[in-house]
Design a protein around this ligand. Sequence first.
Ligand code: FES
Ligand SMILES: [Fe+2]
Length: 324
Amino acid sequence: MLEDKVLEEDWLVACRSTDVKDKPIQIMLMGNRIAIFRNSKGVHAFKDLCIHRGAALSLGEVKDDCLVCPYHAWEYNSDGACVTIPQLPKGRPIPKKAKAIKYSCIEKYGFIWVNLAGNEPELFPYPEMEADGYRNVIWGPQEVNAKPPRIIENFLDVGHLAVVHSGFLGTESHREVENYNVHWEEDRIYSDEIAIYQPDPDGSGKPKYVYYTYEILRPFTVRFTKKDKETDQLMTILLTIQPVDESKSIAYGILSFSYDPGIIDEEIISFQDHIFAQDKPVVENQKPEELPLDLQVELSLVCDRVSIAYRQYLKKLGVQLGTA
Ligand code: FES
Ligand SMILES: [Fe+2]
C-alpha cells in the first residue's frame, strides 16, 4: 500500500462505469487490491480480502445485493457487514468481526471514483458532461509505466505540442510559446488562453491558431479547453490518472465537444490513443520518475508556467506519491 494522506482523502478514478456490470471486478489503487461491485443500490468498493481466509472477494459473485465470497460463500451486504455464513449451524450468531473493509465509492461522469479514507468530499465539477448539446466521449484505459504527476504534467505542457505532436497538435515552424499567466483563485487554477498554431485543428485542412486554456482540478485530474475563435467551437479534454502501484498508472479521459466533430466515437478515441502513444515513451523514460517539486531541480522556462503551477499546487497540498 502506497502512503499518501492527501490522495487517500480524495476521489481517485478506479475504472469506467461500463467496466462494472453484474460481476465484481478487481482494481488496484495505490497498491491496494479493491473489489468493486454493483447491486440495486449502486456501486460499492471493498478491500478485496475476505476476513475468513483471505480470499479475493472480487472472484465471487453478487447475489441478492450481497457480495458473496468465492471460497466459502460468506455474504457481505452493501455496508460490508457479513449477513450469511453458510457453514454456521442455524441460530448461531454471526461473529461481530465478520466484515469487509468498505471504501467510499461513487459513480459520476462515466467513471467509478473511490475514496480510500472513507470520506465523501465533493467531486470536482465537469459542466461539459451535463451541458446541453455537448458530445462526451470516454477515453482510456491506457496503462503507463510512470508515476501520475509526470503524466499529468505532460498533459499540461504547452511546449511539447509542436515537437512530440508535430503535424497533429503543432507544427515545427511554430514552436514559440507566447507569454501567458496562470491564475490562482480560491478553488481554481487556470491559465490564460495560449495561442497554438495547429496544422488542421478543425478538419478543413487549413492551419490556424487555436487557444488552449489549462486548468488544474485535483492532484491527478486536469483539463484543457481548446477554442477555435473563428467558429467559437470548444473542445475539452479531461485527464484523470489512477495510481495503480509503485510504478504503474492508468490514464482515463473525457473528450467533450460543443459541436459535432463529424467522426464517430471510435475515431475520436483512436486519434487520442495515437497522441497518447507519442507521449508515452517520453513520459515513461523521464528521470527522476518522481516530479521534482523543488523548482530549482529542473530548468523551467516562462512557457512552463502551467507545469510550475502544478508543481506548486502539489507541494501546497503535500502530495507525496510520485513527487520528490
Ligand atoms: S475466505 Fe471468504 S468465506 Fe472463506
Ligand atoms: Fe502530449
